[in-house]
Design a protein around this ligand. Sequence first.
Ligand code: MEV
Length: 337
Amino acid sequence: MTVSSAPGKVYLFGEHAVVYGEPAVPCAVERRATVTVSARDDDHVRVRAEDLSLNGFTVEYRGSTGDRPDVDVPAPLVEAAMGYIDAAVDQARDAADAPDAGFDITVESDIPLGAGLGSSAAVVVAGIDAATRELGVELAPREIAERAYQAEHEVQDGQASRADTFCSAMGGAVRVEGDDCRTIDAPPLPFVIGFDGGAGDTGALVSGVRALREEYDFAADTVSTVGDIVRRGEELLAEANPDADDAPEELLSELGRFMNFNHGLLEALGVSSRSLDSMVWAAREAGAYGAKLTGAGGGGCIVSLDPTPETQTALRFTPGCEDAFRAELATEGVRVE
Ligand code: MEV
């Protein structure tokens, strides 16, 4: 039996603009998906999932998705979750040159599904790591990132960005620009996340921004201004001491200001929502250095910077906020538990 885990992520800066070649800075956070894999003697795959907002389910099937029996849980969610697990199994079989390998798989996750925190990427990354190790193959995190990206690319019909899978596999703060992904130094960042219980439709939100950008020069300028914010934010991170126990107040204050700016531009591009804006304002009023939506928007999560408990407490009393939690920068990416 092999147990691997991988973190989710938030965007410190740059979602949506990254689609048009601007840089973005996603950061891995200490909310993890844990995948337990045991090799089987046959070619069956049996999956048990807990805490995936599905009330848990168990599915057993022979090697291919088409043979999967019906299960008594909301079908679209199961299909979505199983698509990622299937793709991770295919990648592991390919990496280990073991096309008929069978597995018992248990997935546990404390990352809200589809809420902009990279839940599917974390499951795919941890799944590929655990399944390949179970077959006696140890992949470097960069190769896991590449295989996890291929898996997401397949499930999402070619729409996946490399940000989530790279960040989950490598951990820490990451810089993404086109296909170029690299880790960057960052001090500990005191993230507090608010979750509205929902999820936006990433495809529709990305299409909405594309249409605005094509119609109006000022929307195109807004997208490139997000890129300017990302570049300034990167400079701030590069100047900070990555080995410090805490990020200095001046740094948090400046990063927070850029996060607020970034949220305002995302709002202008039409990807925020009433609940996301309420949580952003509640965080700011509680004393957070800054707050913005994270991910595609439309619903899901905001991320704020606050080393004190104030923002988390305020968010818990904010209408529209279903959950609020602290999630420090995760310096470790995928790991064996
Ligand atoms: C979604 O998590 C992030 C977006 O920038 C889309 C993408 O990069 O693929 C909105």
